[in-house]
Write a protein that binds this ligand. Sequence first.
Ligand SMILES: C[S@@+](CC[C@H](N)C(=O)[O-])C[C@H]1O[C@@H](n2cnc3c(N)ncnc32)[C@H](O)[C@@H]1O
Length: 320
Amino acid sequence: MYRTEDIVAEYGVTKEDLNRFIKSCSPSVINDDGKISEKTFQLVLQFIEDKKDRIGEKLKGEVAKYKIGDKKVVIFQDDAISFLEKIPSNSVDIITTDPAYSGMNNKLNLGKGRIVGKYSEKGKKNGKWFSEFEDSEENYTRFLSECKRVLKTSTGHIYIMFDSFSLLSLGNIVRNFFDVKNLITWDKVNIGMGHYFRRRHEYIIFATNGNNRKLRNRKFPDVWRFKRVHNPAYPTQKPVEVFQAMIHASAEDDFTVCDPFLGSGSSAIAAIKNNCNFIGCDISDKSIELSTCRIEEFLKNSKDILQKKSMAVEKNIFWE
Ligand SMILES: C[S@@+](CC[C@H](N)C(=O)[O-])C[C@H]1O[C@@H](n2cnc3c(N)ncnc32)[C@H](O)[C@@H]1O
């Protein structure tokens, strides 16, 4: 006999979809105690497989897929919400992400234009490298509800990066979906540009998907010191170490890490270094071009072409 809640946890099918399928079997094949027979279980497996094929067909934005031993890295070009909508429920262990909020840029009119505009490609006057994610409450709520759906209830941990503006306007919405456990400060060591005070930090909300799964150990502090990447190939490129800290703290063997705002692919490199599966997406051509090139080179030669040296400034308490 098989319990439906075990099937939901194990196979990433939603409870609603499974119940709908079971109800459609005639006569009803489920016992009063919520268990189903071996024969019905085979039907359920077939149903899950068919569903996966349909999802596979729908994932049209897939641009690259790599296999390293038994691990997989898959990259999509898509809008973050549309990408998440195509991922099966209850199938991702960790989300580590750094959305392109528009709030900070609206405040930073620095003479020549918005901060992201500063990175316009040669020949494109006032062009931007990438679009921003509209950080309205409505959009952000849709984004978080999709994050919640794809994250496993048993293991799901989520790390979301924020600048000060977006933290104040959107950070509280995270509580509507997840159990917020910590607000981590990433100390970039050196100052950057800024509105009044010059910026030296960003925030990371750490939350669980309603579970009490612990971190790898209890030694990790909530201030992380890693230098920013100097003259990055991709604007807003974050040090791999920031993502490694998140993944190292939360990952276990065979975990799947997801980043719907991939940028230069720092989170993908961190996931590979931590022996995890990875699924990521970005809307921009430049991001897809750079990140797939970076991942391919890293898999071939273990060389990170976009971050040549470590950004750690002190003995690394995370993984050394
Ligand atoms: C802050 S950057 C991420 C940087 C990345 N963490 C790194 O280390 O390189 C945000 C990314 O979100 C992407 N983006 C903006 N709007 C998006 C959307 N609607 N869906 C998916 N990606 C989007 C941008 O193209 C940009 O690459």
